[in-house]
Write a protein that binds this ligand. Structure first.
Ligand code: MN
Length: 323
C-alpha cells in the first residue's frame, strides 16, 4: 500500500467546494475530534462542510460540547458532497450505512492511524506511528495554512488525550503536539476531566456491581491469570452506551491477571466480549477463536448463550483449570 502524505491530502482538499466528513460508528473523541477539527479548518477556508457518524445514538455530553459540533448532521440527512473524508475508521464497514455515501463520492480520502487499515479511499493517508488520527488532521491543517485556533486545537486535543489514555502510552511526538495545542489555548485540565474522568452518578452502581462480580482464574493462560466479569442486559441497559466502554479499563487493573475480559449482554443471550492483555498474551488469538479480532493487547468478539455458557467457553479456550 502506498500511503499519501498530509500535503497530498491538503492539495486534494484545497480545490474542493464542499466536503463530507465521516466518523466511525459509536464515535469516540478521536474520530469526532478529527472530524470537527478538519471541518472547522475547511469551513475557515470558505467550504461547505458536513460532519456525520452512522446510527442515531446521541453524543455523550462531553463530545457534544466540542467546538464545531454545529457542523454535525444526522446520518439520515447527509447530503454527500463530491469530496468525502473518512477519519479514524479502520475499515469501510466502520462507517456502516454511511459507507454508501463515502463510496459514491468522486474523491474519497481516508485519514487513519490503525495499523490494520489497508486503505479504502482514492487517497489513503494512514500512519500507524501516530498515537491518534487527530494528530494527522493537525498536519493537514498546517499544510492547508489554516491558523491553529483554540476551537480547532481543542478538537485535536480531544483525540490526543483520549487515544493516549491521558498520555500514559503517548509516544514522544505526541508531547510536542500537546505543547502546541495547549499554547493555542486549549483548557487541557477541563477537557481531560470531561472526556476521561466524568461519570453520571448512576454509573457508580454499575461499576461496583461489575467489580463485585469479577472472578480471578489464576490457572488460565498457562498461569498468567484471567480476570473477568459479566454485565447482564438489565444492568447494561441502565447505563449510557459510551459508559459501558470503560468497564474493561477498571477490570484490567487487576495486577494478578495478565488477561482481562468483560462480557456485555447487548441483547438477551447475546454478548460482546472485550479482551485486554498487559505484556505476554496475544488476545487476538483468543478473539479469533470466537470469530472476532483486534489488536495484540486489545480485541473482542461476540457470542451467544447464557452467562455461564459464554464464560465457560472462554475459560476452556484459555486453558483454565476449572470443573
Ligand atoms: Mn483513534
Amino acid at each position: 500500500m502506498t500511503t499519501a502524505t498530509a500535503a497530498d491530502v491538503a492539495a486534494a482538499l484545497r480545490s474542493a467546494d464542499a466536503v463530507t466528513i465521516l466518523c466511525h460508528v459509536r464515535p469516540d473523541p478521536d474520530t469526532l475530534g478529527s472530524g470537527l477539527a478538519l471541518g472547522q479548518a475547511l469551513a475557515a477556508l470558505g467550504m461547505t462542510v458536513e460532519v456525520a457518524y452512522p446510527g442515531d445514538l446521541s453524543l455523550p455530553a462531553a463530545m457534544a460540547a466540542l467546538p464545531g459540533a454545529d457542523l454535525l448532521v444526522p446520518a439520515g440527512e447527509v447530503a454527500g458532497h463530491p469530496v468525502a473524508v473518512s477519519v479514524d475508521a479502520a475499515t469501510l464497514g466502520r462507517l456502516e450505512e454511511l459507507g454508501e455515501v463515502f463510496g459514491r463520492a468522486e474523491r474519497r480520502i481516508v485519514i487513519d492511524h490503525h495499523v490494520s487499515n489497508s486503505g479504502f479511499g482514492t487517497l489513503d493517508f494512514i500512519d500507524p506511528s501516530s498515537d491518534c488520527t487527530a494528530s494527522l488532521v493537525l498536519q493537514i491543517v498546517d499544510e492547508l495554512g489554516v491558523e491553529l485556533t483554540e476551537p480547532i486545537a481543542t478538537c485535536v486535543y480531544a483525540g490526543l488525550v483520549t487515544d493516549t489514555g491521558s498520555f500514559k502510552w503517548a509516544r514522544p511526538a505526541s508531547f510536542g503536539v500537546a505543547t502546541r495545542l495547549l499554547e493555542a489555548g486549549v483548557d487541557g485540565a477541563t477537557w481531560s476531566r470531561r472526556l476521561l474522568d466524568s461519570h453520571p452518578f448512576a454509573w457508580f452502581h454499575v461499576a461496583s456491581a461489575v467489580l463485585a462480580d469479577a472472578e480471578l482464574v489464576q490457572s488460565a493462560c498457562d498461569g498468567a491469570g484471567l480476570v473477568y466479569s459479566t454485565v447482564p442486559h438489565a444492568l447494561l441497559s441502565s447505563m449510557e452506551w459510551d459508559e459501558s466502554e470503560g468497564l474493561i479499563d477498571l477490570v484490567r487493573t487487576a495486577e494478578d491477571a495478565e488477561v482481562a475480559a468483560v462480557f456485555k449482554e447487548s441483547e438477551p443471550g447475546r454478548w460482546n466480549v472485550s479482551l485486554r492483555s498487559k505484556d505476554t498474551v496475544d488476545v487476538t488469538a483468543i478473539a479469533r477463536h470466537f470469530g472476532g479480532g483486534g489488536h495484540i493487547r486489545a480485541s473482542g468478539y461476540s457470542i451467544e448463550g447464557t452467562a455461564d455458557e459464554v464464560t465457560a467457553a472462554l475459560l476452556r479456550a484459555v486453558g483454565a483449570d476449572v470443573r
